[in-house]
Design a protein around this ligand. Sequence first.
Ligand code: COA
Ligand code: MG
Length: 309
Amino acid sequence: MAKAGHKSRMNSSSHPARLRRSVLCVPADNERALSKIASLSCDAVIYDLEDAILTDRKAEARTMLARHLGENRPAGIEIIIRINSFRSPFGETDLAEAIGLQPDAILLPKVESPSDIQSVADILSEKDAPDSLRLWAMIETPRGVLNAAAIAETGRTSGGRLDCFVPGLNDLRKETGVPALPGRPHLVPWLMQILLSARSCGLDVIDSVFNDFRDADGLDAECRQGRDMGFDGKMLIHPAQIAPANEAFGVSPEAAADATLIIDAFAKPENAGKGVINLDGRMVERLHLDQALKTAAKANAIQRKDKTA
Ligand code: COA
Ligand code: MG
């Protein structure tokens, strides 16, 4: 499932970059929800051991997750486990057990500094976890937002393992007092700061959750906003949110057609030696060809995924 567009990733990622349009969260202690995951069309699933699990359910949630991944491990879906913070009594045990479950990535909550990433990466190396086991980071506290650029830099270090940022707006609203308003006007600057920080180090970045899972119009609007801001996909809380996210963060027929137009134009012999061409009154440069090739590769990856579904 190679998604072009991240070949220039600057970290030491050894797995091919992936589609991450729809990233569904599921509380690890919800048996009914767990049983549905394998049949869903999300690109990734985050099994949550953190916010969605009550303190006295943490151990039970780990046991249920281990059983689920042993007996009903979803195929063709990227598997991420969100553990508790190392500042809580649960982080260490969560990490040790999560490594044994061989997810694609471990999502660290409330990351506030580069050392929050580096210390976990060091533990993974000590435990000989394969390099393919990546780290994702929730940026969801004021300090996390302020330090986002420095945190992203850990993705460039050898063994840094960092792959992806996920802003957590529920926590950020709680910490800052910014209310949940349509269009997220006061949160957009922080979201863009997180996005820019991620991109400065070649990381993926996933938009935050939309809580009102029965509000289809509100979700559509927020998915479009997230796509236009440059996010790779959206973190979701309910199966009904998967199709709208796949649509918004996919490749529209118009975008696919335009990519083909640009690729075909540069393939013409008369344009072989040109860095810039006139495409029906529009300036098109080789950098646009790079973008078009990425769009085409993403469209192909989506087609392949749809075929195997
Ligand atoms: N993953 C998989 N299946 C889910 C699901 C999820 N995240 N959320 C709901 N479902 C299933 C339900 O089990 C239910 O199945 P059923 O018809 O067989 O009973 C079906 O989808 C319809 O669910 P619905 O009745 O609309 O909602 P609910 O009351 O069961 O659950 C929430 C609502 C919000 C509690 C639930 O969606 C949830 O826990 N979401 C994830 C929350 C989370 O992970 N938070 C932390 C990160 S922000
Ligand atoms: Mg949170």
